[in-house]
Ligand binder design. Structure first.
Ligand SMILES: [Zn+2]
Length: 418
């Protein structure tokens, strides 16, 4: 027991494992993606979730100690552990949860969170408090976190993302910068948003992962767009987690003329096939698209994003006003893309343009579209997504659709200014 550096945990615990020489710098730039020589491996054989007399203990076997922090989030109650850095390898989090019989921890997710950091998020079956967090720094290294059930009020006072100069990245300037609507006299600025990433793999089918497939596609598309004279910015350049809100902030910060989110989800119904273009529709009632929207928001929750206190009714009303102007532009973009994809003879869903309440499309002043390139639940779509020839043809069609939209959009913009 002496080998454990232990202490009573408050809501937040930062622990630097003593004497491991990771050289964690608390200065500016500490979050840069420098390669870590000391990357701890997760060891499933020495890991477990125990529930006894209501107390929940999570033990993680690690190949070496790492700096970490733990905290709780609400709605739903979640335990979040950040590491610098743990490689979870191919181990499935479900294995650890199922061993515990789904009591206490109802869902578990882990993976890369941002460069140099990994995250574990355990969704809990009720409010808990952290009673102990301790890391064994001698061989074999392990992290042990104990929780006890508490009442909702007690939980609420403890939950929340900790503020930390080390952790918190500077946010893109949040000033409402009014960027002029594109009028064809300057290069078009497109933000490509490869869905999911890092701790959130998206849909999975066998060895295929949506996050990886859409990243590959986005790189091809970026190249084709750049060659066509379009300025492209990506919301992520590697397999790393990016919250939905940050994806929209990126678009705003660079003054995007349009935002294109790329996905290849799976639908349990199994019948969906072909590319589908989604527009924002808060009242979308289609069961399948509702499920997709829920799943994308839930991915943020399971990745440990704190969504508490983000509802601002006044801001909501202002956003709706701005959207009145932007929505027809998004609708026209959807039409242009549909025509270009169909025109290239590429397979589309039987309802090629649909509405859905996707949070990532809620930018008030930037025409935004979510493109399901295909569905991982469809073997035919899987084959297409894996085919470089198909990807090239689809990218070319998207470029064509975007350029055609930009032309019509510029004409309308000029008319409105007169
Ligand atoms: Zn997706």
């Amino acid at each position: 027991m002496n080998a454990f550096a232990r202490f009573r945990a408050a809501a937040v615990v930062w622990l630097l494992a003593g004497g491991v020489g990771l050289g964690l710098a608390f200065g500016a730039g500490a979050l840069r993606a420098e390669p870590l020589s000391a990357l701890a491996q997760y060891e499933p054989g020495r890991s477990a979730i125990h529930l006894s007399e209501g107390a929940l203990t999570l033990s993680l076997g690690l190949s070496q100690p790492v700096p970490y922090r733990v905290f709780m989030l609400d709605s739903p109650p979640r335990l979040v552990v950040d590491f610098r850095e743990v490689d979870f390898g191919a181990a499935a989090p479900e294995a650890l949860v199922n061993a515990a019989g789904m009591k206490g921890v109802t869902a578990l997710r882990w993976g890369k969170f941002r460069p140099g950091w990994s995250r574990l998020v355990a969704e809990l079956d009720g409010p808990y408090a952290i009673t102990r967090a301790a890391e064994r720094t001698t061989d074999p290294a392990a992290l042990e976190i104990s929780l006890k059930p508490v009442d909702a009020v007690d939980f609420a006072t403890r939950a929340g993302t900790p503020q930390s100069a080390l952790w918190d990245l500077p946010q893109p300037a949040d000033v409402a910068r009014t960027h002029p609507r594109q009028d064809g006299t300057r290069p078009l600025i497109v933000v490509l948003d490869p869905g999911h990433g890092g701790i959130d793999p998206g849909a999975e089918a066998g060895v295929l992962r949506e996050a990886v497939l859409v990243m590959t596609f986005a790189r091809d598309l970026k190249e084709q767009m750049t060659r066509a004279g379009i300025k492209v910015i990506m919301t992520r350049e590697e397999d790393v987690f990016v919250p939905l809100e940050t994806r929209m902030s990126v678009a705003r910060a660079v003054g995007a003329d349009l935002f294109l989110s790329l996905h290849a989800d799976a639908l349990a119904e199994g019948e969906a096939t072909g590319a589908t273009i989604y527009l924002l529709d808060d009242k979308a009632s289609d069961a399948a698209s509702e499920k997709l929207a829920e799943r994308h928001d839930r991915a943020d929750l399971l990745a440990g994003v704190d969504l508490e206190g983000h509802d601002d009714e006044v801001a909501g009303v202002l956003m709706d006003l701005a959207r009145t102007e932007t929505q027809p532009r998004s609708t026209r973009l959807a039409g242009s893309l549909r025509d270009a994809i169909k025109g290239a003879g590429l397979s589309m869903h039987k309802h090629p343009v649909q509405g859905a309440a996707f949070s990532v499309l809620k930018s008030a002043d930037i025409p935004s579209i979510l493109l399901e390139l295909g569905f991982l639940s469809s073997p035919a779509d899987q084959a297409r997504l894996n085919d470089p020839v198909w990807r090239g043809a689809m990218s070319a069609a998207i470029v064509k659709g975007v350029i055609s939209w930009a032309g019509a959009d510029a004409v309308e913009g000029r008319k409105l200014r007169q």
